[in-house]
Design a protein around this ligand. Structure first.
Ligand SMILES: NC(=O)c1ccc[n+]([C@@H]2O[C@H](COP(=O)([O-])OP(=O)(O)OC[C@H]3O[C@@H](n4cnc5c(N)ncnc54)[C@H](OP(=O)(O)O)[C@@H]3O)[C@@H](O)[C@H]2O)c1
Length: 261
């Protein structure tokens, strides 16, 4: 692989926002090589086929990666090192959300939510940090959520406050936001300091948080005002392309907006 390509790793890139982001970045520039990370090889391969059907100018390849598995993270980092020798952009996108109230939340729900949404991004970042350090322009985008804003959760007049069905998820995204602040501090003395953002992709139609009774399904989301995940992908593309460099270390949103921590 040509070393002048920008190597971009997107976790959970087989579906939803990750998929649209992989498609947007592969479409944006012939200099982009998108590593489509998926925990299922077949789903990842299908995603690449679907993006290639859009005739992108950039290139794509698969990385099998379950962010809750240390062995899978180590193997993915090794694969990227062998194939590319460095990494330019890490998009920590993979995440889960199970819908439960505070009273219904169990240790298992907390564990699985934090495993995918917090431990995974942190441990994957650690594993690929030596590869990012070799980049001339290293970037990390942590896909967070306004649901994780402590400021908005504390404002009981905020419309999001009425949603009390994703409490473990809210906590995990607040923790992910702290990871953003921590990485900005930790990686500021690199030869080229690593730029890190938290990004809220907005409320968009994907499979996240769908329940058997239909709550959270794509149809439910559409009926409740969710937008197209292509808008989220465009927001991530702007960060990758340097259009939000004045906001490094911030909690940014789509359409040039910022949110409170
Ligand atoms: N949709 C929204 O409105 C919204 C709003 C705010 C924030 N977000 C954030 O956006 C990100 C993407 O969510 P989405 O809405 O696109 O959801 P989605 O459609 O459910 O996609 C989630 C992706 O993450 C992958 N994933 C889950 N657990 C994983 C693991 N352990 N290892 C590797 N990959 C894993 C899934 O893979 P499988 O297909 O194998 O399950 C899937 O590819 C999440 O971090 C979410 O919190 C979404």
């Amino acid at each position: 692989m040509s070393s002048n390509k920008r190597i971009i790793l997107i976790t959970g890139a087989n579906n939803g926002i990750g998929f649209e982001t992989a498609a947007a970045l592969a479409t944006a520039s012939s200099k982009n090589h998108v590593l489509v990370a998926a925990r299922s090889r077949s789903k990842g391969e299908q995603a690449i086929k679907n993006i290639q059907a859009r005739n992108p100018v950039g290139t794509l390849s698969l990385v099998e990666l379950d962010v809750t598995s240390d062995a899978s993270i180590a193997a993915a980092a090794k694969q990227i090192e062998t194939e590319f020798g460095r990494l330019d952009v890490l998009v920590n996108n993979a995440g889960i959300c199970t819908l439960h109230t505070v009273a219904d939340t169990t240790r298992e729900i907390l564990h699985s939510t934090f495993d995918a949404n917090v431990y995974g991004p942190m441990l994957l970042t650690n594993a690929v940090a030596p590869l990012l350090k070799k980049s001339k322009d290293p970037r990390i985008i942590n896909v967070s959520s306004t649901m994780g804003s402590i400021t908005l959760r504390s404002d009981h007049t905020d419309p999001l406050s009425a949603n009390n069905l994703a409490e473990a998820y809210r906590m995990s995204k607040a923790a992910l936001n702290m990871l953003t602040a921590t990485l900005n501090f930790e990686f500021k003395d690199w030869p080229t300091p690593c730029k890190v953002w938290s990004f809220c992709p907005g409320f968009v139609v994907t499979d996240l948080g769908a329940r058997d009774d239909g709550t959270g399904s794509r149809e439910w989301k559409k009926n409740n005002g969710a937008e197209n995940p292509e808008t989220s992908a465009e927001g991530i593309r702007q960060i990758v392309d340097g259009e939000r460099d004045g906001e490094v270390g911030k909690f940014v949103q789509r359409f040039g907006k910022q949110g409170p921590w």
